[in-house]
Design a protein around this ligand. Structure first.
Ligand code: ADP
Length: 343
């Protein structure tokens, strides 16, 4: 046995805790830290019992020697750990700053959305309550224009006709804007009553016969045999939205036919207005229900219109608990299908 710097052989280590420890273990090897009996220095000991001999081989390493490698690298480890912690802190601080900025932007956005909503609501409420003020003078102009149309002078009659036509157009525009404003401000209430369905649809289509005939178009009404007798609806508003679709179909069709088809689709009533007109380009189709949206630009426009008709159709159908969809092919025609709940 050799312990530390003592080169003498034959030191008595029978009292060494290692021997006691090894004897108590079931395993032939192990390790232990204790203070050496021979020189009184603390060490880490590893040992192995040689099976065929009454012999135990052990190696002890003093703390300083065992930890020398670690101590040498400790500074490096600490610098690395410190730098990593600093980076984590830095990224944390940047993330918090970014989140904070994001939070403020979101808050500002929410506030401006609330302000915009309230301004929009005020505008709609204002317009909805202006209905009477806007319609009264227009009705006055139209009344006098009608009187002037009975004048004996041909020139007066011609001028009166122009005034009447322009006022009618203006009245339609005012009505559309007011209806949209009423829907937006929640002031448009539907007057639902059970309405005989077939006579309602027949009347709507018949009203468009003259304008279709004027353009040489065929206008047909196609009714499925299983339609209900009555529809619980606000018939004025149903007529208004179907009139918008039929007027458009006639306006945008130069030859061919227009058809209104009504059928059941489960618990919904489907009314399709189709035409063989100019059609709508694919890129415009998703936008035609937006307010003031027209396929032809203001400068190249051949047809009269406000760009509010389909927006009103969509809002009215929505108010009735239904929906409207459009499909179209340029040069072949368009189809607008309105679905309304049957019960
Ligand atoms: P407008 O008063 O211009 O008719 P609408 O809201 O009713 O406004 O329609 C929006 C646009 O959708 C129209 O300007 C037209 O370009 C297009 N459109 C609507 N219906 C048809 C149709 N049946 N055929 C072709 N284009 C149509």
């Amino acid at each position: 046995m050799q312990a530390g710097d003592d080169k003498t052989v034959g030191q008595n280590v029978s009292k060494s805790p290692l021997l006691k420890y090894a004897a108590a273990q079931n395993r032939p090897d192990g390790s232990l830290r204790f203070t050496a009996v021979a020189d009184g220095k603390p060490r880490f000991y590893s040992y192995r019992v040689l099976a065929e001999y009454p012999l135990l081989v052990t190696v002890g390493v003093q703390d300083d020697a065992a930890l020398a490698d670690y101590r040498e690298r400790r500074l490096g480890y600490m610098i690395f750990a410190g730098a990593t912690s600093l980076m984590v802190l830095l990224f944390g601080a940047i993330a918090i700053r970014l989140l904070n900025g994001q939070f403020h932007i979101m808050q500002a956005l929410r506030e401006s959305q609330v302000r915009a909503d309230s301004a929009n609501r005020m505008k709609s409420e204002f317009l909805a309550s202006m209905s009477h003020e806007l319609r009264t003078p227009l009705n006055g102009i139209m009344g006098y224009a009608e009187l002037l149309q009975e004048s004996s002078s041909e020139e007066n009659r011609e001028f009166a006709g122009i005034v009447l036509e322009s006022s009618q157009h203006l009245l339609e525009l005012v009505d559309s804007i007011l209806d949209l404003a009423k829907i937006e401000s929640g002031k448009l209430e539907l007057q639902r009553t059970p309405e005989p369905l077939v006579p309602l649809l027949e009347k709507i289509v018949r009203d468009h016969d003259p304008s279709a005939a004027q353009k040489g178009l065929t206008l047909t009404l196609d009714l499925a045999p299983d339609l209900p007798d009555t529809l619980l609806c606000d018939s004025t508003r149903v007529a208004q939205l179907l009139n918008n679709l039929l007027s458009n179909a006639i306006k945008f069709t130069d030859n061919g036919e227009i058809a209104l088809c009504a059928r059941r689709a489960g618990r919904m009533l489907e009314i399709a207005v189709s035409d063989s007109g100019c059609g709508i380009p694919d890129d415009m189709l998703p936008h035609i229900f937006e307010r003031f949206r027209q396929v032809e630009s203001f400068l190249t426009r051949r047809h009269q219109g406000t760009g509010l008709g389909l927006a009103l159709v969509k809002d009215l159908v929505g108010l009735m608990g239904g929906d409207v969809r459009a499909s179209s092919e340029v040069g072949k025609g368009s189809e607008f299908v309105v679905s309304l709940p049957l019960d």
